[in-house]
Design a protein around this ligand. Sequence first.
Ligand code: BGC
Length: 418
Amino acid sequence: MNIRMISKLAAGAAVIALTAGAVQAQEEVEVLHWWTSGGEAAALNVLKENLQKEGVGWKDMPVAGGSGVQAMTALRARVTSGDPPTAVQMLGFDIKDWAEMGVVGNLDELATQQGWDKVIPAALQEFSKYDGHWIAAPVNVHSTNWLWLNKAALDKAGGKAPENIDELIALLDKFKEQGITPLAHGGQPWQDGTLWESVVLSTGGMDFYKKAVIELDPESLSGDTMRKVFDTMSKLRTYFDPNFSGRDWNLSTALVIEGKAGAQQMGDWSKGEWLRAEKKPGTDFVCIRFPGTQGSVLFNSDQFVMFDIGEEKRDAQLKMASAVEDPAFQIAFNTVKGSVPARTDVPDTEFDDCGKKGMKDLAEAASGGTLAGSLAHGHAQPGAVKEAVFDVVTQHLNGQLTTEQALQRLPEAVAAAQ
Ligand code: BGC
């Protein structure tokens, strides 16, 4: 063999190696997400395994922190350094923001082929599409106006689920008498905001929520109804345990699961923790709409946004988006996660009673005009406004602002953030 032949062979081997490398790289997705609690990770596993069956590898990029605040900071750093991940879990207005920057991929072809237009509800399409193009694959629909109760504690307190704030307060008093923490709350701005939006909806009803939170009407943000909201927040604060500050949401759920606390106000991802602990709805726990919000749904939807990172990643991205919209996956994932399907054509048969209620409530709210985006989970306002509200709500809850000051600050902070 002469030198020329050897170098030709070597070059050939290099090409083969390169191609093999490229194929391997092509068939892997790097996924940035914040699903790090037990229930969340179990749900995500369903997707990982489905993709593995399709020959698509999974590079995990978990960034802990409920509602994705820290995940979005990590994403900004990755994009700024010119190295965005393949796919990113994202909520509502964040999707719009990234789309506007022109860095996300287009899923039109797949969406058309699979008829997404017909099965994804309009409220989600509002965020899955930008400028008429599909740019995200919705995984689920979560809802935030729920209350999770320890069944044994509730039974001991008489067994009646509260239907308004007064009944809730009466129940929390009974939990107090039982010697448990009445309301398990984690003091983080997004959790304070999640509680606040349920109290807003309960106090003023859906029309008021829309006026105050969606339209940002200054009078609604500072008037008598909002005064009641802040007063109720102060009252609820008296039912927290001394260690609430900074606590992660799933640790609060654990307190209710263990019977150390009676109730938690939280989105239905909370159910994922109960199921993970092998607890059953109706037997071990009770899920009800946050008292006073029956008939209305505040929603958020986790979607996967595919970043535009070149043709060689595209095949794996499309496989992932397709796996997410598969009706069988929608059932397998959402029954574990606590959410309900993002598609309207998935039957509820496999879902437990809370899931069935979630699906029914969502459909009724969508057709009856009582469905609105969750502020705390990115579906009511862009990030800056959301944060401005969090600031006021958290400071007030921690006693740094009086109700009077909060009522003055709220419209000011919102106006400055717009
Ligand atoms: C997401 C859920 C997640 C929850 C807690 C929400 O914003 O939509 O999927 O489980 O945050 O991290």
